[in-house]
Design a protein around this ligand. Structure first.
Ligand SMILES: [Zn+2]
Ligand SMILES: [Zn+2]
Length: 327
């Protein structure tokens, strides 16, 4: 197999030939057909997340077909198309696992961070954490659903039922969530980097009622806002934009420091919460709904060996939607 490998934080990924791997008990091997590139991959690369496995193959939005099945795997078959998400393994016995909050497991493994991911021609996964994807939709179009879609979905559920929804940072996750929210009959207010008129037009094209810079106030107070950008300065801005009792959800795994702000921005029962990881139930719920919603993902594809370019373009905001690597 071949892979783009991170040997140490801060370095570029290296094109590497590796011995073929065999799935262990309870595992599957997948021939990777497409793997999305996520902001979290940049945080892994930059050493902003603690204790990565090193060397590591990044990538946690994997679409591929099972080409080897380990002992004891049930419910999946050779040749089946599956998706492998960020949540790669949970312990099953900690209080969070038992309490149906496996996204908060005390001893988890995360794909592309603490177990090898999908910037490769093949990936090994714990079979219980792979999602059957069926045959509808192209591999490339489905890849961004595996994290941008799933985390987007979880953050949307946690944002509550409010009709007016703000999305700060209009990248891969927001461009999917905007479509889900519009389908649910909500009004989406999209906030981009100030002056990013291209992305604002992109947001309107996807059904946003209003699009503007993150330094602007929406035309009316929001019921809830979700922050996908990793910019702590957005937290007080989003709190300012929500109504009394409104909720602000931080959906990223890493964020720059949140600046001090006056208590009156939180007063009147405004809530500030974060969203971490996903549960398998989130994946089942969202992936069942996605075809019904008719989500169209905007993707820019790169050959696997151009992963460093894809990551650089993501960092610089050089495309709308999501980047996807194809081996
Ligand atoms: Zn991700
Ligand atoms: Zn656990």
């Amino acid at each position: 197999m071949r892979a783009m490998v991170l040997n140490r934080p801060g370095a570029a990924l290296e094109w590497t030939e590796l011995a073929d791997r065999q799935p262990g008990p309870g595992e599957i091997r997948v021939a990777v057909a497409a793997c999305g590139v996520c902001r979290t991959d940049l945080h892994v690369l930059d050493g902003e997340l603690p204790d990565p496995k090193l060397p590591i193959i990044p990538g946690h939005e994997i679409v591929g077909r099972i080409d080897a099945v380990g002992a004891g795997v049930e419910g999946l078959r050779l040749g089946e198309r599956v998706g492998i998400p960020w949540l790669g393994h949970t312990c099953g016995v900690c209080p969070y696992c038992i309490g149906r909050q496996e996204n908060l497991c005390d001893r988890p493994l995360f794909t592309g961070y603490t177990r090898d991911g999908g910037f490769a021609t093949a990936a090994i996964a714990d079979a219980r954490f792979a999602f059957p994807l069926g045959e509808v939709g192209s591999d490339v179009a489905l890849a961004p659903l595996l994290c941008a879609g799933l985390i987007g979905w979880r953050s949307l559920v946690i944002a509550g039922e409010g009709k007016s929804l703000g999305l700060y940072g209009f990248g891969a996750a927001a461009h999917i969530v905007a479509q889900v929210a519009a389908w649910q009959g909500r009004s989406v207010f999209a906030f981009t980097r100030p002056g990013d008129l291209t992305t604002q037009a992109f947001a309107r094209r996807l059904g946003a009622t209003w699009a503007g810079g993150s330094d602007e106030m929406p035309p009316k107070p929001l019921d809830a806002a979700i922050i996908y950008a990793f910019v702590g300065d957005l937290v007080p801005l989003a709190l300012r934009a929500v109504r009394k009792g409104g909720r602000v959800v931080c959906a990223g795994i890493h964020m720059s420091d949140i600046p001090g702000f006056p208590y009156r921005l939180l007063w009147e029962e405004r809530q500030l919460v974060s969203v971490a990881n996903l549960t398998r139930q989130d994946g089942i719920d969202f992936l069942a709904l996605a075809p019904e919603i008719g989500i169209v993902t905007e993707t820019t594809t790169y050959p696997l060996d151009r992963a460093n370019q894809a990551l650089a373009d993501l960092r610089a905001g050089r495309f709308d939607g999501a980047a996807v690597l194809v081996p």
